[in-house]
Design a binder for this molecule. Structure first.
Ligand code: MN
Ligand code: MN
Length: 466
C-alpha cells in the first residue's frame, strides 16, 4: 500500500488534537498503569478530606517530609508539610532560589460532595432507626438512594476526647442505605423533575430496626441502635452535636472496561488532581523555585472556612517561610505561578447537547486546561491571560505532556468554579488544569488512566521548570 500523502499545509496550519493512545509509547503506557495503581490506593485510603490528610502525611513522611514549625530554618531541598487542622494540608520542597522569585504552586481540593449528618441526626419512624443528613456540595440527590454507604468521621465526646468512626468499608462490616420508592408506587414521583423526585429531607440513612428489650421505654428502636453505637464508640446521642460524620459511597476504586482504561471511584473530584500534585512534588528533581502543594478543604461549598482556600492558613504557611528568608510574602505572591488543579467535565456522547464539541475535553486526550470557568458570560471566572496559557502550553509541549483546551460545556448550559480565583486574588498568576471526568459529582465518577498520568506529568513539569 502506498503511504497516504499528508497535506503539509494542513499539517502546518490546522490544529488537529490526537487521541493519547495514538501518541503514547508502550513504555510510557506502563508508567500510566503503575501510577494508577498507586492512585487507586490513595482513593481507597482517602474517602474523606480528613482521611486524605492522614494518608498524605503517611506518604509524605515516607518521602522525608517533616512537619513545618513556625520560624523553621530551611535550606535548599528541604521538604516540609503543614497539617491544617486535620482537614487540609500544604507541602513544600524548598528550591534553590529565594522565595522572592516566587513559588510554583499546585492547588487542589480533597473534599468531595457527600451527605453530612445533621447535628441531631438520630430518629425512629415506623419501628426503624435512621440518621438525617444534610448534603455537602452539589449532589444529584436521586443518585444517592439504594447504593451501599459507609460512615466516616470524628465525634468529640462530652469530656473532650475525640473518637474516630469508620464503618462500612471493610469486608464483613455492615453498610448503610437510603431507600427509594418501588416503581409500582412511583407513578407520581416519576413525573417529577429529577432534582425534585428525591427531596433533601428524604435522604435519611437506615441504620437499624432492633428495639431495646424494654417494651415500655420511649423510642425503643432508636435506643436499641444507640446502645450498640455506645458500646462500639462510647458515644451518646448528645455527642452527635459535636461531630463531623460523613456518609459516602462504600467500596473501593476499580478499573472500568475490558481494556481497564478507566478508573471508577468515589471522589475523583478532586483527589485525582491532588494525587497528581502529591506524586509530582515527591518526584520533582531539584526545583529551582520552591514547589508548593495545597490540598484545600471546602472547595465544594465555596472555599470558605478555616480549612478552605480563602483561609489565611495559606498566608501563614508560605508567609512564615518567606519571613525566615527575609522576603515579603507579597513579593513572593507577585512572582508565583499557580496551577489550580481541578477536574473538568469530559465530553459524554450520551448527553451531547450540553457540550460544545469543539471546546470540550475528551477522554484520553490528556490533561484539560481551562482558561476560565464560571457561568454565563464567564461570571465568577479568574480567566487566565493569554501569556499564562501560552507559558503552560509551551511547557507541556516541550515536555511531551498530552493536553487539551476545554470549557466545561455550552455557555448557556450551566457552569462551575474552582479555587483559581482565590489564588488570583492573592496576586498569583493562575490557570485551571485537571483531569476530564465523566459523571462528575456522582457517587461513582469515571476518569481515564491516561489523563490521570498526564496531569501528574504536568504538575512535575510545573514544579521543576515553571
Ligand atoms: Mn473540583
Ligand atoms: Mn466539584
Amino acid at each position: 500500500m502506498p503511504e497516504k500523502k499528508k497535506n503539509e499545509l494542513a499539517e502546518k496550519l490546522l490544529y488537529q488534537p490526537k487521541n493519547g493512545f495514538d501518541r503514547i509509547s508502550a513504555a510510557e503506557m506502563k508508567k500510566v498503569n503503575a501510577y494508577c495503581e498507586d492512585y487507586k490506593e490513595f482513593l481507597d485510603n482517602g474517602k474523606t478530606e480528613r482521611l486524605c490528610v492522614d494518608y498524605c502525611i503517611k506518604l509524605a513522611e515516607h518521602q522525608g517530609f517533616k512537619p513545618y514549625k513556625a520560624g523553621m530554618k530551611l535550606k535548599t531541598g528541604d521538604k516540609v508539610y503543614f497539617n491544617n487542622r486535620g482537614k487540609g494540608i500544604m507541602l513544600a520542597v524548598i528550591g534553590s532560589e529565594s522565595l522572592a522569585n516566587g513559588a510554583n504552586i499546585g492547588a487542589a481540593h480533597t473534599d468531595s460532595p457527600r451527605l453530612d449528618l445533621k447535628p441531631r441526626p438520630l430518629y425512629e419512624d415506623a419501628e426503624m432507626t435512621y440518621l438525617k443528613t444534610h448534603h455537602y456540595g452539589g449532589v444529584r440527590k436521586y443518585q444517592w438512594v439504594t447504593i451501599p454507604l459507609a460512615l466516616h468521621g470524628v465525634v468529640v465526646l462530652a469530656d473532650g476526647k475525640t473518637v474516630n468512626v469508620h464503618i462500612g468499608e471493610e469486608e464483613g462490616e455492615p453498610q448503610f442505605i437510603i431507600n427509594d420508592l418501588l416503581p409500582h408506587l412511583g407513578r407520581e414521583q416519576g413525573k417529577k423533575p429529577l432534582n425534585e423526585a428525591i427531596p433533601s429531607e428524604s435522604l435519611n440513612v437506615l441504620i437499624g430496626s432492633k428495639p431495646n428489650e424494654d417494651k415500655d421505654v420511649k423510642d425503643r428502636f432508636k435506643l436499641g441502635v444507640m446502645q450498640l453505637i455506645n458500646e462500639k464508640y462510647g458515644i451518646t446521642e448528645e455527642d452527635f452535636i459535636s461531630a463531623e460524620l460523613e456518609v459516602v459511597p462504600a467500596g473501593k476504586a476499580s478499573d472500568i472496561g475490558f481494556d481497564r482504561s478507566f478508573i471508577g471511584a468515589y471522589g475523583h473530584d478532586d483527589r485525582v488532581c491532588a494525587y497528581a500534585e502529591l506524586a509530582a512534588i515527591f518526584d520533582a528533581r531539584k526545583p529551582k523555585k520552591t514547589a508548593v502543594c495545597i490540598f484545600a478543604d471546602k472547595e465544594e461549598i465555596g472555599s470558605e472556612g478555616v480549612s478552605g482556600m480563602l483561609s489565611e492558613a495559606f498566608e501563614w504557611f508560605l508567609g512564615d517561610m518567606c519571613k525566615t528568608q527575609g522576603v515579603d510574602l507579597r513579593d513572593c505572591f507577585a512572582h508565583s505561578f499557580c496551577v489550580s488543579a481541578d477536574v473538568t467535565a469530559a465530553y459524554d456522547p450520551n448527553f451531547a447537547d450540553v457540550y460544545d464539541k469543539k471546546n470540550s475535553a475528551f477522554i484520553n486526550y490528556g490533561v484539560g486546561l481551562c482558561k476560565y470557568t464560571g457561568s454565563g458570560g464567564k461570571g465568577g471566572a479568574s480567566d487566565a491571560s493569554a501569556e499564562i496559557v501560552g507559558k503552560l502550553r509551551k511547557l507541556l509541549n516541550d515536555n511531551e505532556v498530552f493536553w487539551q483546551m476545554a470549557e466545561l460545556g455550552k455557555t448557556d448550559a450551566g457552569g462551575g468554579g474552582t479555587v483559581a480565583k482565590y489564588m488570583a486574588k492573592r496576586n498569583i498568576d493562575t490557570i485551571d488544569a485537571g483531569v476530564p471526568v465523566l459523571s462528575m459529582h456522582a457517587p461513582r465518577e469515571t476518569v481515564a488512566k491516561l489523563d490521570c498520568y498526564m496531569t501528574y506529568k504536568m504538575m512535575k513539569v510545573v514544579f521543576e521548570q515553571a
